[in-house]
Design a protein around this ligand. Structure first.
Ligand SMILES: Cc1cc2nc3c(=O)[nH]c(=O)nc-3n(C[C@H](O)[C@H](O)[C@H](O)COP(=O)(O)O)c2cc1C
Length: 317
């Protein structure tokens, strides 16, 4: 975990008058936990804070807020593709104060430079950032993963402290015309390169294609309703899948009958090599007191990726 707050001048507006908004994207719930925690610490300081899912926010209402936070998981070493689209589609932000937070597994990558630059391009003043290690739910990776157990009570406490720092700051920010941060944490160059390499187009060719087993599908529409980019339609024949797709695998993870699947084996075989690189990143973060191991990394079982565990659990039901 690491966070940064800009220290600035004098108060021009009392905190009780401030209106704050936190926009989040969260698939497996980690980012939502952190978003709620930050929102609560703002509320505890009498700031009127609202929490909105990124897909439900009316962008035209943004000007009603003094302070806006945006939180997201890290996907493919950067912000998810639809979060980027959202940021690119924002209206001019005219110096509005924003803060940025994320949850992630092993590698933060290019998340902060990318999101902060997008916000700056829109004219926002980015006043703080925060990141939290969190569990990973990817079908072809093992679970427990290296970061299983996070976010724990300590991580939530740190998110709460970040919220309180933002509150302190919000007493002052109205007096400041222009400010911005540029010393957010950045991963080593190899991961920045990887984040640039893994475009939506590259992933569409490199990752396995999803297929749906219509005999197993019970038409609960969970996949459709929870697809962050409305890329699924199972009412038509053949069903529309991955059009568009951000490769988040949410549909695979939430299907109650495991009707959506793919050939994960090539990625399962690559996992140990990737995990060896991830371990180096986590060891570095541990040395800087940014990460705490909650599991013994030697217990990771690459022969038991999440998709196999789900199949087993489903049979046992
Ligand atoms: C498709 C996918 C890609 C991911 N890519 C990364 C990554 O590049 N770096 C990382 O540290 N974690 C990565 N993760 C882990 C997530 O960032 C982490 O689990 C996050 O806490 C999920 O947030 P949520 O529970 O709010 O959805 C990835 C997870 C998924 C599902």
């Amino acid at each position: 975990m690491d966070s940064k707050i800009i220290n600035i001048g004098r108060s021009a507006r009392e905190p009780e008058c401030l209106k704050a908004l936190i926009i989040y994207f969260s698939q497996s719930g980690n980012t939502y936990k952190i978003a709620k925690c930050i929102c609560n610490s703002l509320k505890n300081a009498n700031i009127n804070c609202e929490l909105f899912d990124i897909n439900k926010i009316d962008k035209n209402s943004l000007s009603n807020y003094d302070l806006v936070g945006i939180g997201s998981p890290v996907f493919y070493y950067k912000e998810p593709f639809h979060v980027r689209d959202f940021l690119e589609s924002l209206p001019r932000l005219n110096g509005q104060h924003w803060f940025v937070f994320c949850t992630h597994g092993n590698v933060l990558g290019n998340f902060f430079p990318s999101v902060v630059n997008l916000l700056k391009t829109k004219g926002a003043s980015v006043i703080g950032f925060h990141h939290t290690y969190a569990d990973i739910t990817v079908p072809y990776y093992p679970r427990p993963s290296y970061t299983s157990g996070h976010p724990d009570a300590h991580d939530l406490e740190q998110a709460n402290s970040f919220g309180m720092e933002i509150v302190k700051l919000s007493k002052d920010i109205k007096a400041i015309e222009k400010m911005s941060i540029d010393d957010f944490p950045v991963s080593s160059e190899e991961w920045i390169q990887e984040s640039h390499r893994l475009t939506q187009n590259v992933l569409s060719h490199a990752l396995p294609k999803l297929r749906i087993d219509s005999d197993k599908c019970i038409k609960c529409y969970a996949c459709e309703k929870n697809c962050p980019v409305q890329g699924i339609d199972i009412t038509i024949e053949p069903p529309r899948l991955q059009n568009p797709c951000i490769y988040c695998w949410n549909c695979v993870n939430i299907c109650p009958t495991l009707s959506i699947d793919a050939d994960w084996e090539p990625l399962v075989r690559m996992a140990p090599a990737y995990y060896a690189r991830y371990k180096k990143e986590l060891d570095k973060a541990t040395a800087h007191s940014e990460f705490r191991w909650l599991i013994d990394p030697r217990t990771i079982n690459f022969d038991d990726p999440l998709f196999k565990q789900r199949k087993r659990n489903n049979k046992e039901k």
